[in-house]
Ligand binder design. Structure first.
Ligand code: UGA
Length: 432
């Protein structure tokens, strides 16, 4: 079975490369010629642990190729995945213009039966709409099936997540399409990973509801963390004990500076918008978004409480990416927090192991450093914003010696408060 992956961004590239690893012949297409040129040289356009190896191996073994020629990719393949971006519009709804444009291209170039799989995260109803668009655009009435197959990959752990899925969701209307999808994911079938075969609408909603629920868990624990601070409880004790209840589960109950990235902020807004269109208020998701926005302001207030007047002070920031193991700065909490500190008159020194190039395009007047100790040197406080592993084992005595004042603001609760106080830091975490 030949597969064409249209859109070689994060989702398309990981999925395409990993399907090639399963033994399928995959052509990844993108209209960004520079990106395709880079990929052809064996270079990955973004940082994702483990992806380089999968790309290299499958290119060498001839199962994975890259092209800017959408027409050729469509003609050569029986299954076409759409994995293009669906960015948020100003009103929070998803911009589906790229998905529509690809669907129109498929309709224009197909010359026999095709299975079209929507991998991009889209609002419920998109599959049905795209099917109509294609039917209208087809000059010759070739048969096709439309499938919804959302992805649940986390950035920074995407390759691992691909090979160890919690579930495979397939929304389809025909037995032929379902069989083809089962064949593609046959390895998981043999491994007994749960398959959810459902309607296209349910499949689309599963993706949005899953992300919104995870985001809600985070906003929930962030709100509990505030209460913990007021009443003198440790949020980690609360979260650990909550998580021991199997119905709640222990994951995604880690407090922090609010969720970011290319998915949760966008998907929660999109779900609220879809709700509005169907006269369904989605109040919990709205509250999740509000709490997340407020959390970033709270972090600024927390920093100011620890440092006093920020005018003329230098704040050293460790970590910029929206989470560790990625160079992605999209919707990173670092953006409003750093800009807020600057607006209050602070100077910023910062370091991130992978995201500095991306950060340089966003921030003005930030001094980018070579490592955490350079950040600490001469700063009035350290703010730990992203929990990269290399920040877990800092030489804290050295950091303290380099700082102008021994202030450590740990927005990811990497360190133990008692230990930090014992070392002589003025320390605070979130909810402890
Ligand atoms: C998320 C989902 O976890 C994936 O299942 C989904 O496939 C993906 O979106 C997507 O829709 O493509 P991702 O955005 O890569 O994945 O990152 P997460 O690991 O979910 O983290 C999102 C944000 O929540 C980060 O800013 C992280 O720091 C924050 N977070 C996460 C917390 O603050 N606390 C937690 O306990 C967990």
């Amino acid at each position: 079975m030949k597969i064409c992956m249209i859109g070689s961004g994060y989702v398309g590239l990981v999925t395409g490369a990993c399907l090639a690893e399963f033994g399928m012949e995959v052509i990844c297409v993108d209209n960004d010629a520079a990106k395709i040129a880079l990929l052809r040289k064996g270079e990955c356009p973004f940082y994702e642990p483990g992806l380089d190896e999968v790309l290299e191996k499958n290119m060498k073994e001839g199962r994975l190729s890259f092209s800017t020629d959408t027409k050729q990719g469509i003609k050569a393949s029986s299954v076409i995945f759409i994995a293009v971006g669906t960015p948020a519009k100003v009103d929070g709804s998803s911009d589906l213009s790229h998905v529509e444009a690809v669907a129109r291209q498929i309709a224009a170039y197909m010359t026999d039966y095709k299975i079209i799989v929507i991998k991009s995260t889209v609002p419920v109803g998109t599959g049905k709409w795209i099917k109509g668009v294609m039917e209208g655009a087809l000059e010759e009435k070739f048969a096709f099936d439309l499938v919804s197959n959302p992805e649940f990959l986390r950035e920074g752990a995407a390759v691992e997540d691909f090979f160890r899925p919690d579930r495979i969701v397939i929304g389809a209307e025909s037995e032929r399409a379902i069989q083809a999808m089962k064949e593609i994911y046959n390895a998981f079938y043999l491994n007994e990973a749960p398959f959810v075969i459902t309607s296209i609408e349910a499949s689309e909603l599963i993706k949005h509801a899953s992300n919104a629920f995870l985001a809600t868990k985070i906003s929930f624990i962030n709100e509990i963390a505030i209460l913990c601070e007021r009443v003198g409880a440790d949020v980690h004790d609360v979260a650990r004990a909550m998580g021991l209840d199997g119905r709640i589960g222990k994951k995604f109950l880690h407090p922090g500076p609010g969720f970011g990235g290319s998915c949760f902020p966008k998907d929660t807004k999109a779900l609220v918008h879809v709700g509005k269109e169907h006269d369904c208020a989605m109040e919990i998701v709205q509250a999740t978004i509000r709490v997340n926005e407020r959390q970033k302001e709270r972090m600024l207030e927390k920093i100011e409480e620890m440092t006093g007047d920020l005018r003329g002070k230098t704040i050293g920031v460790l970590g910029l990416a929206f989470k560790p193991n990625t160079d992605d700065m999209r919707e990173a909490s670092a953006i409003p927090i750093i800009q807020g500190l600057q607006a209050r008159g602070a100077r910023i020194k910062a370091y991130d192991p992978e995201a500095m190039e991306a950060a340089k395009k966003i921030f003005q007047d930030v001094t980018f450093c070579k490592g955490p100790y350079e950040v600490a040197e001469g700063s009035h406080a350290i703010v730990l914003l992203t929990e990269w592993n290399q920040f877990r084992l800092l030489d804290l005595e050295r950091i303290k010696g380099l700082l102008k004042e021994p202030v450590f603001i740990d927005l990811r609760n990497v360190y133990e408060p008692l230990h930090m106080h014992g070392l002589g830091f003025r320390y605070c975490g979130v909810g402890r």
